[in-house]
Design a protein around this ligand. Structure first.
Ligand SMILES: [Zn+2]
Length: 574
């Protein structure tokens, strides 16, 4: 009897798998995501609504031009002697190779030592910003959308114990990426990096160590692989109070020798004393110093924040994640008034913004409703550009538009407000171009077709815009995979189809079980198909519903209504 039930269950699972997969192939279908609590909490749009197809043209590539000249309004994020951020109307940014060579003011002549006849001029009619720096994330989890936290937690050691978190989030991450299972970590990481890139983000913190070998295709992974020829950063995510003295001494020695510019501590996340005391542990062990960067710091009191200010420390603020898990976020007004260097990070997609453009919007609106509007649009822009660059020792490399820095650049459309307001207002539709180290990787076809014809894929969204992505890089491992292929293989992995899993899993422990079903039940009890998180917020009803419906966050504003009113009704129900 048990055998029959097992067989029936297996057939049912296959049927569900086939159904899910075929729905995934139908461009207009929606799938209800069933949460482990048993209730259907939202309709989630499948990423296959994206139409992805290759650019077939061929021609001169960007690296064959002597220079690329971007014309537009330049938000340099660089302060003048009066400590005002310089904004240059109708300026030109001249990119030569990997770097920003020259910045021309309106009317200034092309430098005589550069060949203007071999240059490509792009009139962006937009605002040229430095590429955004996402100071905190757990990139490898970003295949998965927002997890519906069932209650308010008070520190970060509590929610990982929740069964729903395991089933809805962790299974998907392990099944896709772990070598024992599908082992497609490179694909998962590249997909997650595209989610950053489409928001103009050019560097992100928090990739897993094992991702080193495929870190050089899309965005910069700041703390696992070298950038600009060096790596002087380290993350520490586990319980800091358990770190041994000799390890702490090694960190301190490295800092004193100038070999460690930034040490990220994932601490004081939550609202209780367990969280708060982690900071005191750092201070007691000599780590209250400028190289120490506090990720979260939500539990810190005024005295601790004052200590951070006195010791030139930086904090990374992830408001969305804090609010969804704990119902509260960091005391940003106190950090701000004390002059602590504040940076913004998305934390991870299961409880954070999909990208920094989302995080900026929620941070800004929350500031208006809960902090008395203490933060300006300009402050918000600093949190994602110059502030993180300064915090991590990259001041001379990126985070500003300045001659001699690397050409990590984003261009957004100009909505004719002040440029910083335009950045907070910008949605994925407004991201016109993204360069990393002078290489145009993403943007509107009007520019990409000129810059690197034949070397990108088109991504057509149902939101009414099409963008171009150069996903491939032939000289690195797995660099020839297309985005279309990666999306399809990830969707297949997350469909949790038992037959496909049986065919592809490498786990030696399978042989210890009577059947593959028994093995699945033992290792992935309660598993169900998980949707690959769509890269664009504009097509993700589930994302907006999750923010709107979170009892923990209890937001008094709706970012869909404020920022996404342009999305056609057929894509997002209002
Ligand atoms: Zn985190």
């Amino acid at each position: 009897m048990e055998g029959i039930i097992m067989k029936l269950r297996k057939h049912l699972a296959i049927l569900i798998g086939i159904l899910i997969f075929s729905l995934g192939c139908a461009p207009t279908q929606k799938i209800a995501q069933k949460k482990s609590t048993g209730e259907i909490i939202a309709q989630k749009v499948v990423p296959s609504q994206l139409k992805i197809y290759p650019d077939k043209s061929t021609g001169k590539r960007y690296d064959q031009y002597s220079a690329i000249v971007l014309i537009g309004k330049i938000a340099t994020m660089d302060e003048d002697e009066n400590r005002e951020i310089q904004v240059i109307d109708n300026g030109k940014v001249i990119i030569v190779g990997e770097k920003i060579d020259t910045i021309l003011l309106d009317g200034q002549k092309f430098p005589p030592d550069l060949d203007s006849t071999g240059a490509i001029f792009l009139n962006t009619h937009g605002i040229i910003f430095p590429g955004l720096v996402n100071a905190h994330d757990h990139v490898h989890y970003n295949l998965i959308g927002i997890w519906d936290a069932p209650k308010k937690y008070t520190n970060r050691y509590q929610w990982p114990q929740n069964k729903g978190m395991r089933v809805d989030v962790k299974y998907a991450k392990y099944v896709a990426q772990d070598k024992k299972y599908f082992g497609i970590q490179a694909e998962a990481m590249k997909y997650a990096e595209v989610k950053q890139l489409i928001s103009g983000t050019t560097a992100v913190q928090g990739a897993p160590n094992g991702a080193k070998k495929f870190c050089n295709i899309l965005v910069r992974n700041m703390d696992v692989s070298p950038n600009f020829g060096f790596k002087r950063m380290s993350p520490y995510v586990r319980d800091v109070t358990k770190v041994k003295d000799d390890k702490i001494q090694r960190w301190l020695d490295k800092m004193n020798e100038g070999k460690l510019d930034a040490l990220f501590f994932h601490i004081a996340e939550g609202t209780d004393d367990v969280a708060r005391n982690e900071f005191d542990f750092l201070v007691e062990h000599g780590l209250g110093r400028k190289e120490t960067i506090i990720i979260h710091g939500t539990a810190l009191d005024e005295e601790q924040i004052r200590y951070m200010s006195d010791h030139d420390m930086s904090v990374i603020w992830s408001p969305v994640s804090n609010l969804l898990l704990y119902g509260e976020t960091a005391d940003i007004p106190t950090y701000y008034e004390d002059g602590v260097n504040i940076c913004l990070g998305t934390d991870w997609s299961p409880s954070g913004g999909k990208n920094l453009l989302d995080e900026l919007k929620i941070a800004y609106e929350y500031n208006k409703t809960n902090f008395g509007g203490i933060l300006s649009y300009e402050d918000m822009a600093k949190f994602v550009t110059c502030n993180p660059a300064d915090a991590i020792g990259w001041k001379d490399y990126c985070g500003r538009i300045k001659s001699g820095l690397y050409a990590d650049i984003m261009v957004i459309s100009d909505n004719k407000t002040n440029p910083f307001e335009a950045l907070v207002d910008a949605t994925e539709r407004d991201v016109e171009l993204v360069f990393i180290g002078g290489d145009p990787l993403y943007g509107d076809s009007i520019f990409m077709a000129k810059l690197k014809p034949g070397d990108f894929e088109y991504i057509k969204t149902p939101c009414g815009f099409t963008k171009c992505l150069d996903f491939t890089k032939n000289d690195v491992q797995l660099g020839n995979q297309t985005f279309e292929y990666v999306v399809s293989i990830l969707q297949k992995a997350l469909s949790f189809d038992p037959d496909y899993m049986e065919q592809k899993f490498h786990d030696k422990r399978i042989q210890n079980y009577d059947s593959f079903d028994d093995y699945l039940d033992a290792k992935f009890s309660g598993y169900h198909p998980v949707q690959l998180d769509p890269i664009y917020a504009c097509m993700d009803t589930y994302f907006f519903d999750a923010l709107r419906n979170s009892k923990n966050a209890n937001l008094s504003f709706d970012i869909q209504k404020i920022y996404y009113s342009w999305v056609p009704d057929s894509v997002l129900k209002k």
